[in-house]
Design a protein around this ligand. Structure first.
Ligand SMILES: [Fe+2]
Ligand SMILES: [Fe+2]
Length: 220
């Protein structure tokens, strides 16, 4: 088993495990790679919006790594399910829902093993209706932050089969799901940020960049 070193936490350094994981994800699904970076960026903004007493109890570096790696388990999701451009069948959903557990297993014997639970529980809901049925306080706060960032990212991202939601629609949906799906306090702190900050939290995956540029040129 590998041990922690400074380089493992240096997001700018190329030749390390993070880059390795990102390369594997990108080769399989360019959307997931862009999405991972987007969720990391949104997670950082959410962390910055939280009260100091929460920030003091959270290891920010590890939180951002977990955000970046949260969907690493999708490496094991079959391509025809991962890249399907229409709704998934019930059976396909069951396979898709394995990715948090697969992700935790993939990293358990690496330097990122300590992030396993945060990745395992990133699809939990406050009301207990998530993948593993954990409720409210049983869910690690790191997973709750990543879940809020994940939802924001999914809504604000263009997919081949549907446009991104506007910021107004996204804010409305996050408010509606606060307290049931997402943690109330986290959503409240995040959405209290100024509109420009939220508007500028773009996803930079290839699809989103192309769609934004087409919209700016009026060719969309
Ligand atoms: Fe996920
Ligand atoms: Fe995700």
């Amino acid at each position: 088993m590998l041990s922690f070193c400074d380089n493992c936490f240096n997001l700018n350094k190329d030749n390390n495990w993070i880059q390795y994981f990102m390369d594997v994800i990108e080769s399989k699904d360019p959307y997931t790679q862009g999405h991972s970076h987007h969720v990391r960026a949104v997670t950082e903004v959410i962390y910055g919006s939280l009260p100091k007493h929460h920030q003091h109890n959270i290891d920010k570096t590890k939180l951002l790594l977990a955000a970046l790696l949260h969907d690493i388990g999708k490496i094991k999701t079959p391509d025809h399910i991962l890249n399907k451009d229409s709704s998934l069948s019930d059976d396909e959903w069951e396979i898709m829902k394995r990715h948090p557990k697969d992700g935790a297993e993939i990293i358990q014997n690496t330097v990122f093993g300590g992030l396993g639970d945060w990745i395992l529980y990133h699809h939990e809901r406050i009301d207990g209706k998530g993948y593993y049925g954990l409720k409210a306080d049983a869910i690690p706060i790191e997973s709750k932050i990543i879940a809020a960032a994940d939802t924001f990212s999914a809504l604000r991202t263009y997919r081949i089969y549907r446009p991104a939601k506007s910021l107004e629609e996204t804010v409305k949906i996050l408010h509606e799901n606060s307290g049931s799906q997402l943690d109330e306090e986290i959503v409240r702190c995040f959405l209290a940020l100024d509109k420009n900050t939220l508007e500028n939290l773009h996803c930079n995956c290839r699809i989103c960049r192309e769609r934004r540029s087409a919209l700016e040129k009026g060719t969309a």
